[in-house]
Ligand binder design. Sequence first.
Ligand code: MG
Length: 306
Amino acid sequence: MNRRDFFGASAAMGLGLTAASTSFASQTTEETDKRAEAKLRISSQLGPAPGDSLEEKLEKMKKYGCDAVEFHGDCVGKGKEFRKKADDAGLEVSVICWGSHNGDLCSEDVAKRQPGIDDLKRALETAGELGANGVIYVPAFNGQTKLNNYEIRQLLLEFMPDLAKFARDCGTSIIFEPLCRMEAFFLRQVADGAAIARDVLRAAEIEDGIGVMGDFYHMDTEETSQMGAFISAGSLLKHVHLAGGVANPRRTFPGENSTTYVDGFRGLKYIGYTKFCSFECGCAGKDKEEAFAKSIQFLRDQWAEA
Ligand code: MG
């Protein structure tokens, strides 16, 4: 085969492949378009919820239509106690917002890693007791590790497969949270987190136990399309944080700044998302209770429009 014949044959093969890809793409699109299944299920951290005591916050969350509460790491080791508090208020527990453990799991100091891994396991056990979808994990905030992007990703692939299996056995998941560049140089886009989760699942030879989330505040800086970001995560998307983006007033209740949610919600609808969207934001309004109720209504209107 000479050079001209070779390119001719390649072109013909290319055409065949294109036709096959087109039919595959349309079939896949139909199968992955799950808009009818999607639901907006609202959760909140305790900080944004109105009320003074924990009990009062849970009661008001229920009153204004939340389905779940997102606890912080202080619930670790007290799963039954916190589960009862949520049960009494008629709420589920969405996730535990755990954080980075000072970046210890991805530290250049090898001695710091195992204690971090052990503590994450305790958090996963508690998440299992709470019936929560997962434990939010940030590999490192800026300044918490001297490893570079390449090294952190490689390290995650070393220790995460066993942890993901552990999470799955607890009936829950590790959830990567991508952050904006002002907070973390590593893991800034939803698709990146999803790709790492996929690689961990492949390495562990399991189908669940790790995933990714999207936070509208961070996504406002890092993503060109909120819809595209959520679709790229697909079934690996396990949680969403609700907050206005960087426009003033920054990172406030949805509806208090110019951030819109319709594009992102279209992505959530497309993948048939039924997990939780949870408030993690400040309040610009003077009356927090009124602002909370108004913000939930704003989100429901945005969902209806999406
Ligand atoms: Mg967040």
